[in-house]
Structures are given as C-alpha cells and as structure tokens.
Design a binder for this molecule. Structure first.
Ligand code: AMP
Length: 423
C-alpha cells in the first residue's frame, strides 16, 4: 500500500494529555481508563460494527520495563484464547516505517467496568461466587500455559453487565524487578502474596492469595491489606492473620528472616472475626450456608505459608465455587507460547523497537481484519459459553452505568437475582 493511501486511513484526536492517531474505522473515542502503560478509550469499530477498547502504548520500547511488558503482552494476547482472558481484536501503529515507529494501539473487546467499581457494590453470593469462578478459570488457563501472574489486582480485571469477567494482563515476567516498576505510577502491592513481598520462591498458588485478597475486598468493601510500602504490606498481613510459624520463617533467607523475626508478634484474628456474618447476605438458610462456605474459602486462600494454601484446582472444587464448574471452561486446552525466552529477553532500545514493530505487523492485520487466522469479528478469545451458563440478557449498560446480572449456577434451583446497578 502506498504512503499517501495509508496516511488517509488514520485521523488524530486529543484524549486528555495524549493524542490518539487511529484508523478511521474506529470512531467515537472516549477515555475509559488509564494504567501504567497509557490511556484506554472505548470506540465504535465500523468494520466489525461493535464497540471496542483501544489502548495506546506510547514508545513502548523506551526502556527495559516498558518494552518487556509491551512485547510480552502482545505475544501472549495473541496466543491465549480463553473467555476469561481479554482477547486482542487488532493491533496497529500509525507510523509508516520502523525508523519512525513510536506508538502501538491494541484493540480489545470492550468490557463495562473494572473490578474496582464492582467492589463498591453489594454483591450477592451468586455474583460473588461466579466472579471468583471466572477469575480462577482464567488463572488456571494462564498456569496451564506456564504463566504465573503474581500481580492480579482489581484494576486489571474487567467485567460486563452480564457478570462475565476477563483478566486484562499477564502479570509479572519471571525476571521482572518487582520493586522498581513503572514510575511515576504508584505500584499497587495490596494483592501480592507473602512469597512475593518477602522475595521467596513461588508456585502457581501465589495467584490464589491475590484472588483471596480480591474476594475479601468484595466482601468487606475495603482493601484487606492496605500497606503503604513493602514493609507496611507485611505488617498489615501479620496484624490480621498473625505472625507465621517457625516452620515458615525457616524458609526465608537469612536477612529477610532476621527482619521478620524482629517484628512485633501478632496472634491474628479468627476468620469469624475478620469476616463476620454482617458482611455477607445471610438472610435465609441458604445464604447462611453460602456465607459459611465463603468464609471457609477465604480461610483456605489467605494462608501465609504457600505450602498450606489451597491450589487453584482445589479452589475450583470448593463448595462455594463448584456450582459453576464446567469442564469446557476449566479444562480448556492450554495455549502454546511460541516464544520460550519471553521472560528472559534483554535488549537494547533499538532491538526492542524492531521486535515490537515486527509483532505489530499492522499491514496484514488491517488488510485482512484477521488475528491468528480467525475473523476478528468473532473476537480472538471469545467462545460461546455453554447454554446452562448463559446469563440472562444484560440490560443495556453504558460504560458509566454498568449493571451486573447473575447467572443461575449449574444444577442449582436458585433464581437469578435482579440486576444491581453500579453507582
Ligand atoms: P490497563 O492500562 O490495561 O491497566 O487498563 C487501565 C484501565 O482501563 C483498566 O483498569 C480498565 O478500567 C480500563 N480498561 C482497559 N482495558 C479495557 C477493556 N478491554 N474494556 C473496558 N475497560 C478497559
């Protein structure tokens, strides 16, 4: 395609402090969020005739941290195909050559709200357990591909008004420097597991801790361990859960152990105290049972010693969650990650620029509207849910006023509750 024709395909508009230069097929851009990597807009895609989300990554190759994250995200988003992980519909850059290359635009399925907004709602057990089930399904799928997230948080989880949920990112690379990420953004550490805070080895159930913290926040309506920094984060954990056993302390390296041993000792509180009945809907016998199941699940997820913490599979089988169990969702075949060095890559800015530019490969995509040989209109990552999981049709929800309706659990006689509006 010649240069002039390409130029005509794009237009620019200001979004906050940033300028978005996007393909003309994307109209009606409105900012819906921002993160460490940049601004996210909703837009209407005239080719696919649907709303989408567009995230701008500005000069993603500018330093190791940005580049590794952007490249990893791009590669993984293309490989992973699961209904609880965000799907990539398109990727493009408006710049014409690798030399001029600056920005990447990721086009994704548009969701209605992130989980921070949902946490403010009074959730009933159906919605709460269904949201947790979907987090576990998404995380299990990442684990099956060898990706351990380690940094799940409410801002990186998005939901739709029909109560469907998707994880937005792929967490920390194995080689990521967990302390020095993404200035000037304050890194949220509230959801990081003790083994991450204390720099220990970790296994897949590191992500169960984060899901436990998110569940606790949805129940309480406030952050469970709101540490102001690494050290305060640990204080908040032990104040509530109690100082861990000697057996755990022996697993720490000498300097960390010395620090941990020198903290004041805390007895911690029982889970009945931490999550009393008043926090749960417990107005009927059924809801009382559900509240005790929810508390039991919390007590098994929020265990400081990872060797004693529940696994993702065990959480999926827990009585509070397994009402939703569907093998098609839980046991979906793992994606094949072709780039085996994804986490180890170290490059110069110029090398990153080339690598990311190659991944953007815009011409093929915009020409064909294809991602991995699938028509983009189907969504790269969305498979139809099985019928018994099909939630009742969502009310027409805008981004600013989403609703959450709850589906009926598998084999349950529960009536789905009325849609609740997020204030
Ligand atoms: P991120 O830059 O990926 O951390 O996203 C920042 C924020 O933008 C998220 O917390 C969401 O509120 C919003 N967001 C990102 N992607 C989407 C999407 N696909 N649909 C709806 N909102 C999104």
């Amino acid at each position: 395609m010649n240069r002039n024709k390409r130029e005509k395909e794009f237009y620019s508009l200001d979004v906050g402090d940033s300028t978005f230069t996007v393909l003309k097929r994307y109209q009606n851009l409105r900012p819906i969020g921002s993160g460490a990597q940049g601004i996210v807009c909703s837009a209407y895609d005239h080719n696919l005739e649907r709303n989408v989300a567009i995230k701008k990554l500005s000069r993603p190759f500018q330093n190791q941290t940005h580049a590794k994250r952007a490249y990893r995200e791009l590669v993984l988003m293309k490989c992973v195909n699961h209904k609880n992980i965000i799907g990539l519909l398109n990727v493009f850059t408006p710049q014409k050559t690798q030399e001029e290359f600056q920005d990447v635009y990721l086009v994704m399925e548009l969701m209605d709200a992130n989980l921070c907004q949902v946490i403010q709602m009074e959730l009933d057990h159906e919605r709460l357990s269904y949201l947790l089930y979907q987090m576990l399904c998404g995380i299990k799928h990442l684990h099956a591909a060898g990706i351990i997230h380690r940094d799940l948080k409410p801002s990186n989880i998005v939901v739709k008004s029909d109560c469907t949920l998707k994880i937005l990112d792929f967490g920390l690379a194995r080689t990521a420097a967990t302390g020095l990420l993404m200035t000037p953004y304050v890194v949220t550490r509230y959801y990081r597991a003790p083994e991450v805070i204390l720099g220990m080895g970790y296994q897949a159930n590191v992500d169960v801790w984060s899901i436990g913290c998110i569940m606790a926040e949805m129940v309480r309506g406030s952050v469970l361990f709101p540490g102001t920094d690494h050290i305060d984060q640990w204080n908040k954990v032990i104040e509530q859960l109690g100082t861990p056993s000697q057996e755990f302390l022996m697993k720490l390296n000498q300097s960390v152990r010395t620090y941990v041993e020198n903290r004041p000792r805390y007895a911690g509180y029982s889970f009945e105290k931490l999550f009393p009945d008043v926090l749960f809907p417990a107005d009927s016998e059924h809801n009382k049972l559900k509240a005790s199941q929810a508390r039991d699940l919390l007590s098994k997820m929020l265990v400081i010693d990872a060797s004693k913490r529940i696994s993702v599979d065990e959480a999926l089988q827990h009585a509070y969650i397994n009402v939703w169990y569907d093998p098609i969702e839980v046991e979906a075949p793992p994606p094949l990650i072709t780039d085996k060095q994804l986490d180890e890559r170290e490059h110069t800015v110029e090398e990153w620029k080339e690598l990311i530019y190659k991944e953007v490969d815009w011409e093929e995509r915009t020409k064909n509207g294809l991602i991995r040989g699938q028509p983009a209109s189907q969504g790269a990552a969305v498979s139809q849910p099985p019928q018994h999981h099909q939630p009742p049709s969502a009310s027409a929800a805008g981004v600013s006023d989403p609703t959450l309706s709850a589906p009926a659990p598998t084999g349950s006689s529960l009536e789905p509750a009325a849609a609740t509006t997020i204030a």
